[in-house]
Write a protein that binds this ligand. Structure first.
Ligand code: ZN
Length: 467
């Protein structure tokens, strides 16, 4: 009976959840209850229906991602999947859909440069290798993709799953309209040295863990790993340049790939026209990765003055810190699967990572914004804003980081990252003014991706269709 109702009304349910006010939990439950075959067709026809009507969005103010003064009030016109006009006042044509967001701020969809959408907060990654399956991670990935999208993050750079290439499958399913989620750039399988941060060290040497990681040692194997990843659908390469907090063995500060090995990864990726992102905590590893020509230094905990000077002479390399996860894990007493020794590593790195961020701010470096979710739970991505503002960043700078700067880092500045005519209609709105209170970024109440509305809780009335 219940199943019948779900099938019968699935189209209405999806339609109403896309257009009206519903909680994340309810949306997830409803989506999970839908017949699998119904979702793509419904999502696509809804998208079609939404896209055929011009949409005019009105809000008290617009922060367009470029860093200038907010426009107040503001109206944005969307035709199909694109933004077509922006002004304080726009004509509302016959047949257009008018969405009045009241006293809220419209912004470009946020971008997170470091997520693991197929990963879970309640399973440590090494345990995932013995207790979960790739299909399980893929299904959870679809769930977390929706949670992340509804939190206002319309694009993510995903830094590698526990099970190789589940992120490729998730990206493809989202792009095909089969499941709702952010636009994704994916790493496929991260490239780590044997015994390094990406190697699972809990197993007996007699236990084979097939296909777990793209382990590679020496330039020849690294070139092979890079090619394998691109062959299997990765958009970029993630290498583990130094030790990690959440792994055993080598310390986070220690360099794990030699200069020559890192350079091999960069040269091969460049042949494909792609980037290398380096997970790097330790100071020497950071500097070696910058010199090797990687595109991003992720975490960057040990960034010192010399590393900052190097970044200034390597303008194609960006510092991408992940700061909110430390407060979320160390200050909040939430239940955790992170072992005590790894929590202790995080505690030790925290002061260093926060000092690095302050140093980068003072030096005026362009800084990317990222979270490492699920090390901070998926959906809490916007906590990164308040963490950075508390460390001295201006609210506007943190917003520009998550939008324009991040779009430039992923080379998608022609598509996303700012609210400008001709760009994709990836828009979010928050109540009030984030320049006065950055925490409102954690209360995203309106999400549009490519002209399709996924969340709408800020409207001052039902969306009106003008006649
Ligand atoms: Zn990560």
């Amino acid at each position: 009976m219940k199943r019948f109702i779900v099938c019968r009304f699935s189209r209405w349910v999806l339609s109403s959840l896309l257009q009206h006010s519903v909680s994340i939990a309810r949306i997830s439950v409803i989506l999970l209850a839908l017949e699998p075959t119904a979702i793509p067709a419904v999502a696509q026809s809804l998208a079609q229906e939404q896209k055929s009507t011009p949409v005019i969005i009105r809000a008290a103010r617009l922060i367009d991602g470029r860093g200038g003064e907010p426009m107040a009030p503001a109206m944005v016109r969307v035709d199909g999947d694109k933004i077509t006009a922006i002004a304080s006042s726009l004509p509302v044509p016959h047949g257009a859909r008018l969405i009045n967001l009241g006293d809220s701020t419209l912004l470009p969809g946020f971008i997170d440069l470091h997520t693991h959408l197929t990963g879970r907060s309640d399973v440590h990654w090494e345990d995932a290798l013995v207790k979960t399956t790739p299909p399980e991670d893929a299904l959870w990935g679809a769930h977390w993709a929706l949670v992340t999208l509804l939190a206002g993050f319309t694009t993510v750079r995903d830094m590698g799953p526990d099970w190789p290439y589940t992120d490729v499958a998730l990206r493809n399913a989202i792009d095909a309209g089969a499941v709702p989620g952010p636009r994704m750039l994916v790493a496929g399988a991260y490239v780590s040295s044997t015994g390094g941060a990406g190697d699972a060290l809990q197993f007996s040497p007699y236990v084979q863990v097939p296909l777990v990681h793209n382990l590679a040692d020496g330039p020849v194997e690294i070139v092979k790993a890079v090619r394998t990843n691109f062959k299997n659908g990765a958009d970029f390469i993630k290498i583990l340049a130094t030790g990690a907090v959440l792994s055993k063995g080598i310390m986070p500060g220690a360099q794990q790939y030699s200069d020559e090995e890192m350079r091999a990864a960069v040269v091969e990726a460049q042949r494909w026209g792609r980037d290398v992102a380096a997970h790097a905590h330790g100071t020497e590893g950071i500097k070696a990765a910058i010199r090797a020509g990687v595109h991003t230094i992720d975490h960057g905990s040990g960034l010192d003055d010399e590393a900052i000077a190097l970044l200034k002479t390597h303008p194609n390399t960006y510092y991408v810190p992940t700061l909110a996860l430390m407060a979320a894990n160390l200050d909040e007493n939430r239940p955790t699967v992170i072992p005590p020794a790894e929590m202790e590593r995080m505690r030790q790195l925290r002061a260093m990572a926060e000092a690095a961020f302050r140093r980068a701010l003072a030096a005026g470096l362009p800084i990317g914004l990222a979270t490492d979710a699920p090390v901070i739970p998926h959906g809490l991505n916007a906590r990164e804003f308040r963490t950075r503002v508390a460390l001295g960043e201006k609210p506007m700078a943190s917003l520009v980081s998550a939008t324009r700067i991040n779009s430039e880092i992923i080379h998608w500045q022609d598509r996303v990252g700012t609210v400008e005519a001709g760009k994709l209609a990836d828009l979010v709105a928050v109540p009030g003014n984030p320049l006065n209170n950055i925490k409102v970024t954690e209360q995203v109440g309106f999400v549009m991706k490519g002209g399709v509305i996924y969340r709408s809780e800020l409207s001052t009335g039902a969306p009106t269709r003008t006649e």
